[in-house]
Design a protein around this ligand. Structure first.
Ligand SMILES: Nc1ncnc2c1ncn2[C@@H]1O[C@H](COP(=O)(O)OP(=O)(O)O)[C@@H](O)[C@H]1O
Ligand SMILES: [Mg+2]
Length: 259
């Protein structure tokens, strides 16, 4: 923990230090309009939690709250039991919360190595960052001088992951890793997530459709209209998914067929 976060008075979330990251009764949104209507979510040490839900459900907003980009209008955010509500994204990043944003957040006109240099802002040396990144993703090492915009979609996502991991985070937040990528590429990226999870990192991963993510999640939850429904083991979630998507995507009321 950094001094910036240590300076915040300690106040335990309900899960206390049992959760590396916890959102408690979070309402949040944009301007005066809340799009999250009371989110309770506890990420336990070393677990992969898959947050699923249709477009517009509030998944990215949840990650924005978890990474300090949006301050909840009510409710709280806790890291290892410590209240970090309202703490800046910078301070949260230094405390080990790292977001891989939707759309990857890489700089297309910079080279692979230059993009990785961004990871040095939390403290590690450039040399260390490159060494770590290329050890985990050798393909990036081969392409270190290539501009990021000319990488394939899968390689760009690897770059985004490598940059995040180079900061040696405690909590990784991943927003729609699979977006716009072929299933075979997504599988490869999920293998990396599996490896990262095995190293003990706590991961909150957001996906819109991927049933596949349930295969590597310890727990999952379905988000709908700014509320988190059906949190539980992946097997218990799978059956609920279709209902959630049908309910969200079809505005017309469902009429029971006459029996
Ligand atoms: N920057 C923004 N300004 C205003 N409303 C937003 C903004 N970003 C998202 N929203 C709205 O918040 C709701 C939830 O969006 P989001 O969290 O992006 O959903 P998801 O990631 O699940 O697709 C949507 O209704 C969306 O239109
Ligand atoms: Mg989103």
């Amino acid at each position: 923990m950094t001094s910036a976060v240590d300076a915040v008075p300690a106040a335990e979330g309900p899960a206390g230090a049992e959760a590396v990251l916890e959102l408690v009764a979070v309402r949040a949104g944009y301007g005066r309009i809340d799009v999250l209507h009371g989110i309770d979510l506890a990420l336990r040490p070393g677990e992969v939690f898959a947050l699923l839900g249709p477009n517009g459900a509030g998944k990215s907003t949840t990650l924005a709250v978890a990474s300090g980009q949006i301050t909840p209008s009510t409710g709280g955010v806790f890291i290892c039991g410590r209240d970090v509500t309202g703490v800046s994204p910078d301070a949260l990043a230094r405390a080990g919360v790292c977001l891989i944003p939707e759309g990857r957040g890489i700089f297309p006109n910079l080279t692979v190595a230059e993009n990785l240099r961004m990871a040095t802002y939390t403290g590690p040396s450039y040399h260390h960052v490159l060494e770590l990144a290329f050890a985990q993703f050798p393909r990036l090492g081969e392409r270190r001088k290539q501009t990021a915009g000319t990488l394939s979609g899968g390689e760009q996502q690897m770059l985004s992951m490598a940059r995040a991991l180079a900061t040696e985070p405690a909590v990784l937040l991943i927003d729609e890793l699979s977006m716009g990528l072929a299933p075979i590429i997504v599988e490869e990226l999920y293998d990396h997530v599996r490896r990262i999870a095995a190293s003990g990192l706590s991961i909150l991963i957001v996906e819109q459709f991927a049933h596949e993510i349930l295969g590597l999640a310890d727990r999952a939850g379905i988000m709908l209209h700014g509320r988190l429904l059906h949190t539980g083991p992946p097997a218990s979630i799978a059956g609920e998914l279709a209902d959630a998507y049908l309910g969200a995507d079809h505005a017309a009321p469902v009429v029971d067929s006459p029996q």
